[in-house]
Design a protein around this ligand. Sequence first.
Ligand code: FUL
Length: 625
Amino acid sequence: MKTGLNVVILFCLLAVSLLSKAQENAPEPYGVLPSNDQVNWQQLEYYMFVHFGPNTFTDVEWGNGKEDPKIFNPTDLDCRQWAATAKAAGMKGIIITAKHHDGFCLWPSRYSTHTVRESSWKDGKGDLLEELSNACREYGLKFGVYLSPWDQNHPAYGTSGYNQIFANTLNEVLSNYGDVFEQWFDGANGEGKDGKKQVYDWDLFHDTVYRNQPHAVIFSDVGPGCRWMGNEQGVAGETNWSTLNVEGFAPGHGSPPVEVLNTGVQGGEAWVPAETDVSIRPGWFYSSSTDEKVKSVAKLMDIYYTSIGRNSNLLLNVPPDREGRIHPNDSIRLMEFRRAVENSFKEDLAKTATIKASATRGNSPEFSTANLLDDSYDSYWTTDDDVLTPFVELDFKRQLSLNRLLIQEYIPLGQRVSSFSVKCWDESKNDWVGLAEATTIGYKRILRFSAVSTRRLRIDFDALACPVISKISVYNSPEQFSDAEVNTKNKGFEDTSKWSIVSPSATVISMITDNDTGTYTEIAKNTPFVLDLGETLLVKGFSYTPVDKVQSSNILRYNLYTSIDGQSWTQLKNDAVFNNIANNPVRQDVILFADNPEEIRYLKLEPLETADSGDKYWIAEFTVF
Ligand code: FUL
């Protein structure tokens, strides 16, 4: 008995000493590191954004804060349906627009008079944050909140008192509804040159968040918890460092260029990983005009690869409709998308391979290549400190087809790999042939390539400090083909043969009516765009398709006139805005005659400002409907 006990004690001591030896031998962390909360956040990967508010009822992307709060009246609001949908879609949480740029609060805030309390919904007795946070708890989902510092309703906005009011508002949201995993600060501001100016007190806002929610990750253009990755199309950089230089930068106009946000900065001074926010529809808010424009499974899969597959979390927006429910077109698509992801990553072919490396740290089993194939994120393969360009080789022991490679770095020790390449063994050439070259890995990197048939795969790393790799998986995923484009409700006139452009006279009409958004016309800003329909037509509105490039020469503010004879003009829009076109350059449908279409022959579009404040503007497509 006594001997048995001694053996156990001896065994335990040995285990402890082996463990501490392994830890002792573990590589030093490299560069700035994620906090525990950031590592946990990164492992969520996929969660839902919900844009909901007065804009849902006015069919605009940006309200102006002057909307009658009574218009907010979802007839059948069901946050449990949102949560059930998110859960079934495989998402890990929901972030709700508690207050968008129009200032309307989805809870009865003491610091505003523009809230659900003043709305018709539940006779002013409702509290959407309470309903949603409860539903998230019930479905085991994390709960997050978006609050826009830019507020077009609050009378104090633009005065020194506003910062404290916004902090009080934050405090209210973050102290009343349980745990908040992410606080989303939108940097957008559409005030324009002559608008209200507000210098935000970010320190105060951050303190307020951490005081209430010490584990929350704060999103903004520049973090500190996670960062905007520079566009709303779902495309994170092929190179994507989780590090960024943040000193001297601020969210919004003070942020680094979008190209920098897209790729992060190698060796940057803070750990601020990318989050990809993108909407399942063209706009962020629900509109019945986009019911047929829900992104296809193929498009969503592309987004999966350019977000989660590129070291970024995916925050997919699914906007509820005027009933207050997620529309079936969106929920069905979400389920199809989940199935496509599961089918793509069903069978990890690496599991049955033997795997060896050119080097292993201290030749120790603690750091062996077996760790690359197990399911624990915390075990990893690594090399001695001075080995920066090792390779690993997988032998499948039989010829098989593969077209995806998934790799994960163990980020608690920093982001260390700067590039890697993939080769497969070609039996006929008796040599390795290149399959793919890539740059960063980070928490997760997935490469797509055309299927190859091979027995062996080799991955060569180039790292800033010895690479620390947690996982390598290989798949043969079914290829997803694009669904046919679906037409919008506001389809333009099909016969444009009589159309011509009056100004600028040299512009050819085909360029803007060819349904090819890749071709566009560039016009000097002081030259209006005048379209002649060749005859009077009954018109309800027009649509402007910008060039698919963020913060570029697309039209932001404009005047719009119509005419029957090309001589006398009626002004229908004065200093109107294509809201959010800077960051989300998608087709803009503008209704000119809401009730009945009217006869017009000429349209004059006078740009006042472009998204890059330049002296020229772009039109990719233009039509009337
Ligand atoms: C942008 C906003 O202006 C959009 O309306 C939307 O909320 C998007 C997520 O962020 O900056």
